[in-house]
Design a protein around this ligand. Structure first.
Ligand code: ADP
Ligand code: MG
Length: 272
């Protein structure tokens, strides 16, 4: 069965003591199984909220999410989601191998088909570090371990919330290439939240552009670059056309001439 990810008219309102905050406003998404899609938008526009709604961490105020026709709650019970956050959230007293096997310890080893932790360690490039403790690893290596852990129960959807935002540019670029290789090898659907226009375009089949809060999807940019992606594609005309289309979606076409000071989003494309 195809595990397309669908978001139908989803709104999310948070109730606070003194006021309500509309975080998401009628968001529609259709991500065919196996695609790599990025979400980009200003801070506070509801990107993390959207990932949480998809993964059944919280429920929308209105609208519906479906993963292969199932509700997020059903999909979560079947361990269809792998989640990677900006901070790797590894347990510092467990080794790399034990951290990656954590999901198995939680659900029970016999309960469900799963990957071999040692294969995953190889897949994410951590061979030789099985018995290292997280504090002994660099930020990039910790994030590799977090990705391996997210893949342990063979999720059909990998949700990545600014996973490389805390890494230096060189490590980040390397991790981007690694993530694409891992995604291609595992065949999961990938949904990546990022602040970087270049990263969004480089990684994705499609980039969804969100407005400031209340977050709406205001632009969809298809990326026609071939796969596998290579760094030299970042110098191609097609790449820059996509970058410009995403930028237009974020700041409006008129922004090329004017200031973007009122946005707190860095234009990371210059850093590549
Ligand atoms: N649990 C929550 N309770 C109240 N407000 C929240 C909660 N989670 C997020 N928000 C608010 O919803 C908006 C969107 O947040 P978030 O999804 O984290 O944005 P982003 O990830 O795009 O930066 C923000 O205004 C934030 O303060
Ligand atoms: Mg966020």
């Amino acid at each position: 069965m195809s595990k397309d990810l669908r978001v139908f008219d989803v709104s999310m309102e948070f109730t606070r003591r003194d006021s309500n905050v509309l975080a998401l406003d009628r968001v529609e998404m259709n991500v065919p199984a196996g695609r790599f899609v990025s979400i980009i938008g200003p801070s506070g526009c509801g990107k993390s909220t959207l990932l949480r709604l998809i993964a059944d961490v919280m429920q929308p105020s209105a609208g519906r999410v479906a993963v292969g026709g199932r509700s997020p709650a059903e999909a979560r019970r079947e361990h269809e989601f792998g989640f990677v956050f900006q901070s790797p959230t590894l347990l510092p007293w467990r080794t790399v191998l034990q951290n990656i096997e954590l999901p198995l310890d939680i659900v029970g080893r016999s309960k469900r088909p799963h990957s071999s932790a040692r294969d995953l360690i190889e897949l994410v490039g951590l061979k030789g570090f099985e018995s290292a403790l997280p504090p002994e690893l660099s930020g990039g290596m910790q994030q590799r371990a977090a990705i391996a852990r997210a893949l342990m129960l063979r999720p059909s959807v990998l949700l990545l919330d600014e996973p490389f935002g805390a890494l230096d540019e060189i490590t980040r670029q390397r991790m981007n290439l690694e993530l694409l290789r891992i995604w291609a090898e595992t065949g999961t659907t990938a949904l990546l939240v990022t602040h970087s226009i270049a990263e969004a375009v480089f990684m994705s089949d499609q980039v969804l552009v969100m407005s400031e809060r209340p977050g709406r999807i205001t632009g969809i940019v298809e990326v026609p670059l071939a796969r596998p992606r290579t760094l030299d594609m970042m110098r191609s005309t097609a790449f820059f056309e996509c970058v410009n289309r995403v930028r237009d979606g974020l700041f409006g076409v008129e922004a090329h001439a004017g200031s973007t000071e009122h946005h707190d989003m860095p234009l990371v494309v210059e850093a590549y």
